[in-house]
Design a protein. Structure first.
Ligand code: ZN
Length: 648
């Protein structure tokens, strides 16, 4: 079911980009724009800017740019329609229920189709768990044994897959899902017969397993984790969906959808290892918990948590060797400016077993009493093993200082130096000089890097900055510059009418009908203008900013913050009077089109000259000369129209 145009318009009208982005990052007002540290890449000084007047954002570090809808799509990993649903919800606009399986798959994009298939599979596994004999006797009783209540089973959409090769496969195909989609969603495995290439069979990936659906931040099922219950040495205990268009293991945390609100409220996120840890804690009333499910924590996952809190508490399983192995990963969390606390459990206990033993309230008390900040925890852990061995101790000191050096905040660093010096019984100054060595070394390495990072424009949205922008693209040929300028005018002023019935872009389309744009991206953009027009749509900034092609999107954003922007500071600074572009639009587009035409004629004349130089046949020579004469005529006419003096 498509969302109607009226509703999309209504959502578009409600959007306040500062509000939308402000839900994810802290924006600071700077004159007529807002800045922040970019949520899409790692940085310590802000290069992410939002201009509310134009409804766009741009990061000068990683290049991400777009409007509020694009922002929601990128940060939450949503499709366009999903992002619109998100925004509708935010602004209290009613949208009819989402697409169901009888949607025409060809119309929907692939991502959306995958989500639909995955949703179907989730329902299928749930149904098997609840209604099938095998699901009940094996799956359901396993969950009950673990102490999961019915409402917990429902909250996490838990399910069961039958011990059959084609259980889900047959059912889904019968209901009209394509084999291709089932395969792409990672639900079905394709097997070719080695002897007979034409013989291909498909079978269920998950068989005889309890199913843990993995949700994205907005609650859509994007993958499954599955645990086998039989003891079968040939099968892995846990099996996960493969990476797909919608599932990137390193970017998601298990339980984030169910936990995010509580993480924000508690201003803390518990990090555990397994699905059952997450679920048991939830059931005990501790909801701010997620799992990295087996993999070591990635930067993307830390960034995901940092949208909701800067405090992470890692709940470790008992095993010391495992704890030590994961230590290096934690430096990365420190690097992102987050506070890390650590809790360990008595031997042979994990968060799941321990919370079931103690109950929620006691468990919370235990955490409160036994949590240590990561640095002191690490120091104590390593020191234990170095007793009486000064060489080992020196190594530990370096190791700890290395961790502290990752903390971006100087005050926090100072506190840790003090604490560690007490713990390790060494002079604080020793730690600090060790720290200085590390910093010095890092800076030297930085100097030797081949290409230094490009200097970011200090203040792109500052009106004065726009002066430099012209110099920034010296490589742009004149033709390219004019092609760009024409598209810039279209994107900025698509709805504006030049005359009674003619819009600016309609005028342009008429005028440039027989000109081939030289620059690939502008030629493509012009084609889009034309096809939007042919389809009765307005090729406005929204169309380009929301375009699927990132190159097109970024180009459009750049065009919206272009050098001709009116800015009062120019006048003051240079004592010149600048009229608003809007007031002069007809004249501007008229002369721009003429100039582009003239440049094209000059280009053809050049070409013609080259061809004449290449000793053409007499016949060809005559033909070229005629073309030359005609071109020259057009050139002079255009020059006259431009009011220029004819040179030579
Ligand atoms: Zn960025």
């Amino acid at each position: 079911m498509a969302v109607s145009k009226e509703i999309l318009d209504k959502i578009n009208e409600s959007i306040d980009i500062v509000e939308v982005i402000g839900d994810f990052v802290t924006l600071k007002k700077k004159g007529h724009y807002y800045s922040a540290c970019c949520p899409f890449h790692n940085e310590k000084t802000p290069s992410f800017a939002v201009t509310p007047a134009k409804g766009i954002y741009k990061c000068f570090g990683c290049g991400k740019a777009g409007d509020a809808i694009r922002f929601v799509m990128d940060i939450e990993g949503l499709s366009y329609i999903e992002a619109m649903r998100y925004l509708a919800k935010k602004y209290g606009i009613d949208i009819p229920e989402g697409p169901t399986k009888d949607v025409d798959f060809h119309k929907q994009n692939e991502r959306e189709s995958l989500l639909i298939v995955l949703q179907y599979a989730k329902n299928y596994f749930q149904k098997i768990l609840q209604e099938h004999d095998e699901g009940q006797s094996i799956g359901y009783s396993y969950f009950k044994e673990r102490g999961f209540s019915d409402s917990t089973i429902k909250k996490f959409d838990l399910g069961y897959s039958l011990e059959e090769w084609e259980g889900l496969f047959k059912q889904a195909v019968k209901e009209g899902f394509s084999i291709e989609m089932l395969e792409k969603a990672g639900l079905v495995v394709r097997k070719e017969n080695a002897n007979d290439k034409n013989s291909v069979r498909h079978y269920d990936r998950f068989r005889a397993r309890v199913i843990f659906p993995i949700h994205n931040v907005t609650g859509k099922v994007i993958a499954f984790g599955a645990r086998i219950l039989k003891t079968d040495k040939s099968q892995p205990k846990y099996l996960n969906s493969p990476e797909t268009e919608v599932y990137h293991k390193s970017k998601i945390l298990y339980g984030i959808y169910q936990a995010k609100q509580s993480i924000r409220q508690e201003d803390n996120c518990f990090l555990v290892e397994g699905y059952t840890d997450v679920i048991s804690l939830h059931q005990a009333g501790i909801e701010n918990v997620v799992a990295s499910s087996g993999t070591s924590l990635t930067e993307d996952q830390v960034r995901l948590i940092s949208r909701y809190t800067i405090n992470i508490t890692i709940l470790y399983d008992g095993d010391i060797a495992g704890i030590k192995a994961s230590m290096r990963g934690i430096d990365m969390i420190l690097e992102q400016g987050m506070n890390v606390n650590v809790v360990t459990f008595p031997d042979s206990e994990d968060p799941d077993s321990y919370v079931r033993k103690l109950g929620g309230e006691e468990f919370k008390k235990y955490i409160k009493a036994s949590k240590k900040d990561f640095i002191s925890f690490k120091t104590a852990l390593f020191l234990k093993e170095t007793e009486g061995d000064p060489v080992k101790k020196a190594g530990v000191i370096r190791e700890i200082v290395e961790s502290i050096s990752k903390i971006p905040d100087a005050i926090k660093r100072a506190i840790f130096f003090k604490q560690c010096s007490a713990l390790m019984e060494i002079e604080e100054q020793t730690l600090i000089s060790e720290y200085n060595k590390i910093v010095l070394k890092k800076n030297q390495e930085k100097k030797h890097e081949d290409a230094p990072p490009p200097d970011l424009p200090p203040d792109f949205f500052n009106p004065d900055y726009e002066l430099f922008q012209e110099e920034k693209k010296p490589e742009m040929t004149s033709i390219e510059a004019h092609e760009r300028e024409i598209l810039r005018l279209i994107i900025n002023y698509a709805p504006i009418k030049l005359e009674e019935s003619k819009r600016l872009y309609e005028y342009v389309l008429e005028q440039v009908e027989d000109i081939d744009f030289h620059t690939d991206i502008y030629r493509r953009m012009l084609e889009m203008v034309k096809s939007e027009h042919d389809n009765g749509n307005l090729p406005d900034k929204g169309f380009f900013i929301q375009h699927n092609d990132e190159k097109i999107r970024n180009e459009a954003v750049d065009m919206l913050v272009s050098k001709y922007d009116y800015s009062p500071n120019w006048e003051k600074k240079f004592k010149i009077f600048i009229t608003k572009e809007e007031d002069n639009l007809a004249e501007i587009i008229y002369s721009c089109v003429l100039k582009l035409k003239k440049l094209n004629v000059m280009f053809l004349l050049e070409q013609n000259k080259e061809q004449l130089k290449n000793n053409p046949s007499e016949e060809e020579q005559i033909r070229l000369m005629m073309i030359y004469t005609n071109l020259k005529k057009v050139d002079m006419e255009l020059a006259k129209m431009l009011g220029n003096v004819i040179s030579k």
